[in-house]
Design a protein around this ligand. Structure first.
Ligand SMILES: *Cc1c(COP(=O)(O)O)cnc(C)c1O
Length: 359
C-alpha cells in the first residue's frame, strides 16, 4: 500500500505504529492465549491494561488526584445528557456557550433538563468568531458553564479558558491530548475517542470528585457518574477493544514526548496549512485568525465548481477524506495527533500544484 494520509474528521486516522501493534496483538494478547476482544474485563490481563491506561492518561494530562477518570460508552453525545443529570444538583439553570454545531446539540439536550442560558452566541457570524469573554452574559445562579473548546465542523477553537465561579464543563472530543491543559480549571472534561484518542465506542470523562453523587432522581443507573466511578467503569461490560486501543495510543503519545511535544508538532502543522491558505487567493478560510482550530482546518476554493476535481485528484494522490462538512462546504483537513507533519506538507504541495493547474 502506498502512503495514504487520511484527513477524516472522525472516526479519524490512528498512528501507523499503533495500527501495527493492534495487528501484531490481534490473535494473542500478552499471556491471555486469546485476543483482547475475547477475554474477561475482570481477568488479570485486562485489569492490568485498564489500570496502566488510566495511569498513563493521568500522567500525560497531569490529572489531579481529586478527579476520577471514567471509560464509558455512548459517545460524547451521551455526555450531553449525563452532564445536566449529574451537575444540576438541585439547580434549575445552566449556562451554555453556543459556538457551533456541537454546542448546539449539547444545548438542545440540556434544555430537556433545565433552563439553558445561552451566555454567548456565534451563530450570527456563522461560527467564524467567538465573543471576548467580557461580553458574555453568565447567569450566576447557573449550575455550571458548558462550552466546546474546539468546534470540529467550523474549525473554531477557543484561545482562552472561561473563568467562572461554577463548574466548567468542556466537550473536548476534538482537542483532548493535542496540547497541555490545566485540568484543575474544569469540573468535567469529556471526549469521544474516535478523534484524538482511538476508535469509536469509548468516551473518556474526567470529573472532579465533589461533582459525583448528586444525580437527578429516576435516571438510568448507567448515567450516574457515581455508578461508574464506584465500579472503576466496570458496572457492566466496558468497551474493551476501544479501551485497549486508547491504552496503546497513550503509550504512543508518551513515546512522542508527551503533550508538550504534541503541542509543538500540532501548532506547526496548523501553521503550515493556514500559511498556505492565506498566501493564496485561490483558497480561503473564514475563521477569525485568533480562533482558528489547530485540529480541523476548513478551506474553500474560490471557484466551487472545482471542488469535485480537487477531491478526485487529492484522492489519486493519497490525500483522502478532505470533503468539507455539508454545512460549511469546500474542504476540511482534520489534522489530529496521528497526522504527521509530512501529511500536511504533502497536502500543501498538492494544493499549490492544483492552483497552478487550475488557478
Ligand atoms: C464528534 C463530536 C461529538 C459527537 O461525538 P459522538 O461520540 O459521536 O457522540 C461531540 N462533540 C464534538 C466536539 C465532536 O467533535
Amino acid at each position: 500500500m502506498s502512503q495514504i494520509y487520511n484527513f477524516s474528521a472522525g472516526p479519524a486516522m490512528l498512528p501507523t505504529q499503533v495500527l501495527k501493534q493492534m495487528q501484531g496483538e490481534l490473535l494473542e494478547y500478552g499471556n491471555a492465549k486469546a485476543s483482547v476482544m475475547e477475554i474477561s474485563h475482570r481477568g488479570a490481563d485486562f485489569m492490568a491494561m485498564a489500570q496502566k491506561s488510566e495511569a498513563d492518561l493521568r500522567g500525560l494530562m497531569n490529572i489531579p488526584d481529586n478527579y476520577k477518570v471514567l471509560f464509558l460508552q455512548g459517545g460524547a453525545s451521551a455526555q450531553f445528557s449525563m452532564v445536566p443529570i449529574n451537575l444540576l444538583r438541585g439547580k434549575t439553570t445552566a449556562n451554555y456557550a453556543h459556538t457551533g454545531h456541537w454546542s448546539k446539540k449539547a444545548i438542545a439536550e440540556g434544555e430537556r433538563y433545565c433552563k439553558v442560558n445561552i451566555c454567548t452566541d456565534s451563530s450570527g457570524n456563522k461560527y467564524t468568531n467567538i465573543d471576548d469573554f467580557s461580553k458574555w452574559h453568565i447567569d450566576e445562579k447557573g449550575a455550571y458553564l458548558h462550552y466546546t473548546p474546539n468546534e470540529t465542523i467550523a474549525g473554531l477553537e477557543f484561545d482562552y479558558v472561561p473563568e467562572v465561579d461554577m463548574p466548567l464543563v468542556a466537550d473536548m472530543s476534538s482537542t483532548i491530548l493535542s496540547r497541555e491543559i490545566d485540568v484543575s480549571k474544569y469540573g468535567v472534561i469529556y471526549a469521544g475517542a474516535q478523534k484524538n484518542i482511538g476508535i469509536a465506542g469509548l468516551t473518556i470523562v474526567i470529573v472532579r470528585e465533589d461533582l459525583i453523587g448528586s444525580v437527578v432522581k429516576n435516571q438510568p443507573i448507567l448515567f450516574d457518574y457515581a455508578t461508574q466511578a464506584n465500579n472503576d467503569s466496570m458496572y457492566n461490560t466496558p468497551s474493551t477493544y476501544p479501551w485497549y486501543v486508547a491504552a496503546r495510543v497513550f503509550e504512543w503519545l508518551k513515546a512522542q514526548g508527551g503533550l508538550s511535544a504534541m503541542a509543538k508538532i500540532n501548532q506547526n502543522k496548523a501553521n503550515t496549512l493556514y500559511e498556505a491558505i492565506d498566501a493564496s487567493d485561490f483558497y480561503s478560510n473564514p475563521v477569525a485568525k485568533k480562533y482558528r482550530s489547530w485540529m480541523n482546518v476548513p478551506f474553500l476554493l474560490a471557484d466551487e465548481n472545482l471542488n469535485g476535481l480537487f477531491l478526485e485528484k487529492a484522492t489519486n494522490n493519497g490525500l483522502i477524506t478532505l470533503k468539507g462538512h455539508r454545512s460549511v462546504g469546500g474542504m476540511r483537513a482534520s489534522i489530529y495527533n496521528a497526522m504527521p507533519q509530512e501529511g500536511v506538507d504533502q497536502l500543501v504541495g498538492f494544493m499549490q500544484d492544483f492552483e497552478k493547474e487550475n488557478g
